[in-house]
Every structure is written in structure tokens, then in C-alpha cells.
Ligand binder design. Structure first.
Ligand code: HEC
Length: 113
């Protein structure tokens, strides 16, 4: 009986640890990031954007991976940080995965803007 309980306990702990690690270590989802980027960032960062706060056109290949890393590390200093603050940490991770993953010097640079 004791063995059975401990087996269940060990299995439970193992499961929880696995789920925990998967959650903590999860890298952003690039496909979702692309969608989020288009939905949120691109409104201002595209060719021919209009409005009172137009940014320069941006796409993953506008920067190198090191550049994107820096942008995300220091987004608090960007003029559009208020827009970033509206997004969840998970959403930003996804956008990062998209931009960083398809940067100019990445193994799979984005083909078009
Ligand atoms: C309301 C419009 C708006 C939105 C939405 C917006 N930005 Fe910006 N962003 C700006 C403006 C304006 C600037 C300052 C002008 C410039 O440098 O393009 C800027 C600057 C930047 C810069 C610095 C410019 C450079 O070339 O390094 C980066 C990077 C950037 N934004 C990324 C983003 C990302 C990523 C998102 C989505 C999470 C985003 N922006 C959402 C308006 C916006």
C-alpha cells in the first residue's frame, strides 16, 4: 500500500515538474507572434501608415538578432513603449520569437515585409 502511494506521489511530482518546466522554458510562438505583430505593431510601422504617431516601416529583416535582442531588453526606452505595455508578457514573447527568429542575420530571414 505504502509503495503504491509513493508511486503515485512520485508520478504526480514528476508530472508537475514537467509541466512547470515546459511553462517556464517555453519560447515564444513565432506564428502567433507574426499575427500579433501585424495586428498591433504594424499599424504604425508600415509603409504609408497614417496617423499622428507613425513609426518607420519595420519588419524582422530590418534588424539583426542582436539588434532585436536590444530592442526587447530596452523597450522601456522606446517612444512607443506605451503600446508595448498594453501587451501581455506572453504576447511580447511571441512577437520576439517572430522578429528575432526571422531577423536579417537569422537562419531563416523573413522574405517580405
Ligand atoms: C501608436 C503607434 C505605434 C505602435 C502601435 C508601435 N510603435 Fe514602435 N514606434 C512608434 C513611433 C512613433 C516610434 C518613433 C519613430 C521611429 O523610430 O520609428 C517607434 C519606434 C519604434 C522602434 C525604434 C525604431 C528603430 O528602428 O529601432 C522600434 C524597434 C519599435 N518602435 C518597435 C515596435 C514594436 C515591436 C511594436 C509592437 C509591439 C511597436 N513598435 C508598436 C509608434 C508605434
Amino acid at each position: 500500500m505504502i509503495q503504491r502511494i509513493s508511486a503515485v506521489l512520485i508520478a504526480t511530482v514528476f508530472l508537475l515538474v514537467t509541466i512547470g518546466l515546459a511553462g517556464a522554458g517555453s519560447n515564444g510562438n513565432s506564428r502567433k507572434g507574426k499575427y500579433l505583430y501585424r495586428k498591433t505593431c504594424r499599424a504604425c510601422h508600415k509603409e504609408g501608415a497614417t496617423g499622428d504617431r507613425v513609426g518607420k516601416p519595420l519588419s524582422p529583416i530590418s534588424k539583426t538578432q542582436a539588434d532585436w535582442q536590444k530592442v526587447f531588453d530596452e523597450h522601456k526606452n522606446l517612444p512607443c513603449n506605451d503600446q508595448w505595455e498594453k501587451l501581455s508578457e506572453k504576447d511580447l514573447k511571441d512577437i520576439y520569437a517572430y522578429l528575432y527568429g526571422h531577423a536579417f542575420d537569422s537562419p531563416s530571414p523573413a522574405k517580405c515585409k
